[in-house]
Design a binder for this molecule. Structure first.
Ligand code: GDG
Length: 507
C-alpha cells in the first residue's frame, strides 16, 4: 500500500467525515506504522466511492491520546482527528454507543443518559467540524456520516457557510416519542438540519424525522414536492429523503466467481464434513443483530430433529465489536453460553452442531463463506439496512442458496423475495428456516435469482451517485430559493468549485 506523510495537505473539494478513518494501524507481518483498510459497514459502503472521487476523509484513527499527522493512503487523503481516552469513553463508548445507538434501535437495550457524556459528544463534534472546516476548499462538498456526528452539519455551517453539506444516517431514525426521550433532542435535530440534504436508509426513517421536525414547529413539505420532503429551518429548505445503502455487488459477484474463492468454499465444506446443508450467519457482535434469538430457533430445530448434525452444519461468525461496553460483554457471554448448550445437547464427538468463530476474517475468506453457504440467516431485531444480506445475494449468481431475512432489517424493504421473518418469534423463525430448507428447488431458485439481480442492479456506486446528485441539486435549489424567497444570500461557492453532482459525473 502506498503511504505518504504530508505536513500541509492541500485543500479538498470533496470530503467524507465519519467517526473512523477507513484504516487501522499495524497488522500481522506489517510494521507498526503501516496502515491497512479496516472492516465495517460504513467503510464497505464508502471506500470505493471515495477512491473514485479522489477526495479526503476526516475521522478518528482509532488510537487514543495520539496525534497523527495527515497522510495519503492509496490516493486518499486522511485527516486524523485525535481523541483522548476520556473522549473515547464519553463521546464514543458513552453517548454514541450507549445512548444514541440503543435509542435509535428501538431501545432494545435501555439507553444510558449521562450529562458528561453529552458534553464530551458536543466537544468532539466541534473538533470534527473544525478539522473539516480547515481541510475543505472554498465551495467544497462535505458528506458527514452517521450517529456519532449528528451535530457536525450545523457546526460546520457556522464555520464554513460556503460549503455544501450532506448528512447520511446509517442506522434507523426512531419514532418521535423515542427520540424525545433524549433530553438533548432539539440540539441533535438542529445539528442534523445544518445539512442541505439529510439522507436516511428508508422512507420510514425520513418520515419519523419529518414528524419530529413538525413537533418543533418547523414547517415541512410532503414528499413529492420537488423530489422529496423539505424541512424549513432558519430561512433554508433542507431536503430530507431516503437513499437505501447498497453492497459493492459487482466486486463481490466477481470475487465469488473467482477460482480461488470457489476452491476455498469447496475446501470449507470439506472441512465441515461435506454436510448436505451449510447454514451461515455473519454479524458484528451487537445486540441489535438478534444472535441469541437465532441460536434459540436453531436449538429448537436440532432438538426436534428437523436439523441433524450429520446433514446440517451451522456456522456462526461474530466479529468482535465495542468490547469495552458492558452490554456487549454481556451479549458475548449469552451467545457463547447458547453455543455451548446447543453443542452439548445436540453435537457429537468431533461433530458440533454450531461452529462458532469470534473473529473477523479477510474479504476473500468472507466471500468464500458466503459462497459455501446453502442458507444464510440474517435476523436482526433492528437494523438500518444490513449489508451482509445483500452481499450474500451478490455471491449467488446461479440461483443457488436461500436467504432468511428479518422484517426489521432495512434490507427487507427491497429484498422481499427473501424468506421474511419476525426474529422475536422463535417458533416462526424456526419454521421459516425449515421452509427455506424444504422449499421446492424452483421456488428457491426463483427467489435467489430475483435477489441477485436486485443487488447487482443497484450497487454502492448507484447509491453514492443518487445521494451526491441530490446533494448537488440542493445547491442549485438553494440559489433559486435565495433569489425567489429573498433570504440572506449564502456566500456562493468559489468560481469553478465542482458541485457534488459534478464530482460524480467527472468519474
Ligand atoms: C451499519 C448499520 C448498515 C462483517 N464481518 C466481517 C466483515 N463484515 C462486513 C460485512 C458488511 C459489514 O461488515 C457489516 O455491515 P452491516 O450492514 O451488516 O452492519 P453494521 O456494521 O451494523 O453497519 C447497517 C450499514 O451501517 C451500512 O449503511 O447496513 O444497518 O448498522 O459489509 O461484509 N467483512 C470482513 N470480515 C469480517 O469478519 N471482511
Amino acid at each position: 500500500m502506498e503511504q505518504t506523510c504530508t505536513r500541509r495537505p492541500s485543500l479538498s473539494d470533496f470530503l467524507v467525515v465519519a467517526n473512523r478513518l477507513p484504516v487501522t494501524r499495524g497488522g500481522a507481518g506489517q510494521e507498526e506504522t503501516a496502515w491497512r483498510r479496516s472492516p465495517g459497514g460504513l467503510v464497505s459502503a464508502l471506500e470505493p466511492v471515495l477512491r473514485r472521487a479522489r477526495g479526503a476523509w476526516v475521522g478518528w484513527a482509532g488510537c487514543s491520546d495520539q496525534q497523527v499527522a495527515p497522510f495519503t493512503l492509496d490516493g486518499m487523503r486522511m485527516h486524523p482527528v485525535s481523541l483522548s481516552a476520556r473522549d473515547v469513553a464519553g463521546y464514543y463508548e458513552g453517548f454514541a454507543n450507549a445512548t444514541v445507538w440503543p435509542l435509535f434501535h428501538d431501545a432494545i437495550v435501555s439507553p444510558t443518559l449521562i450529562r458528561d457524556w453529552w458534553q464530551r459528544y458536543v466537544e468532539v463534534n466541534t473538533r470534527f467540524a473544525e478539522a473539516t472546516a480547515l481541510a475543505a476548499a472554498p465551495g467544497a462538498t462535505v458528506w458527514v456520516h452517521d450517529y456519532q456526528l449528528l451535530l457536525v452539519p450545523a457546526m460546520l455551517r457556522t464555520l464554513r457557510p460556503d460549503v455544501s453539506i450532506g448528512f447520511f444516517l446509517h442506522i434507523p431514525f426512531p419514532p418521535t416519542e423515542l427520540f424525545m426521550q433524549l433530553p438533548w433532542w432539539p440540539d441533535l435535530l438542529r445539528g442534523m438540519l445544518g445539512a442541505d440534504l439529510v439522507g436516511f436508509q428508508l422512507a420510514r426513517d425520513a418520515d419519523n424525522f419529518r414528524r419530529t421536525a413538525d413537533m418543533r414547529g418547523l414547517a415541512t413539505a410532503p414528499p413529492g414536492s420537488g423530489g422529496g420532503g423539505h424541512v424549513h429551518m432558519g430561512g433554508r429548505a433542507v431536503r430530507v429523503d431516503a437513499f437505501p445503502v447498497a453492497a459493492d455487488g459487482a466486486v463481490l459477484a466477481s470475487l465469488a466467481r473467482s477460482d480461488a474463492v470457489r476452491r476455498r468454499a469447496r475446501q470449507m465444506r470439506a472441512e465441515l464434513g461435506d454436510p448436505r446443508t451449510v447454514i451461515l450467519s455473519v454479524d458484528r457482535l451487537d445486540y441489535t443483530k438478534g444472535v441469541p434469538q437465532r441460536l434459540d430457533a436453531l436449538d429448537k430445530l436440532y432438538a426436534q430433529r428437523r436439523l441433524d448434525v450429520d446433514r446440517h452444519v451451522t456456522v456462526q461468525i461474530v466479529t468482535p465489536s465495542r468490547e469495552r461496553i458492558p452490554q456487549y460483554r454481556e451479549l458475548r457471554k449469552q451467545v457463547e453460553t447458547r453455543v455451548g448448550r446447543i453443542n452439548g445437547a445436540h453435537g457429537r464427538l468431533g461433530q458440533p452442531a454450531v461452529r462458532y468463530l469470534h473473529r473477523s476474517v479477510d474479504r476473500d475468506e468472507m466471500a468464500a463463506f458466503l459462497v459455501a453457504a446453502d442458507l444464510m440467516l440474517v435476523t436482526p431485531l433492528r437494523d438500518g439496512m444490513n449489508l451482509v444480506a445483500k452481499e450474500y445475494a451478490a455471491c449467488h449468481p446461479d440461483g443457488d442458496g436461500a436467504l432468511v431475512l428479518s422484517e426489521f432489517a432495512g434490507a427487507a424493504a427491497e429484498l422481499d423475495a427473501a424468506y421474511l421473518v419476525n426474529p422475536y418469534d422463535t417458533d416462526q423463525l424456526a419454521r421459516m428456516i425449515s421452509t427455506a430448507l424444504d422449499d421446492a428447488p424452483d421456488d428457491r431458485r426463483r427467489r435467489m435469482s430475483t435477489l441477485h439481480e436486485q443487488v447487482l442492479r443497484r450497487d454502492v456506486h448507484t447509491w453514492a451517485r443518487e445521494y451526491l446528485s441530490a446533494l448537488g441539486a440542493t445547491r442549485t435549489d438553494a440559489h433559486r430559493r435565495t433569489v425567489v424567497g429573498g433570504d440572506r444570500p449564502r456566500p456562493r461557492a468559489a468560481a469553478g468549485a465542482p458541485t457534488a453532482g459534478d464530482l460524480w459525473r467527472e468519474q
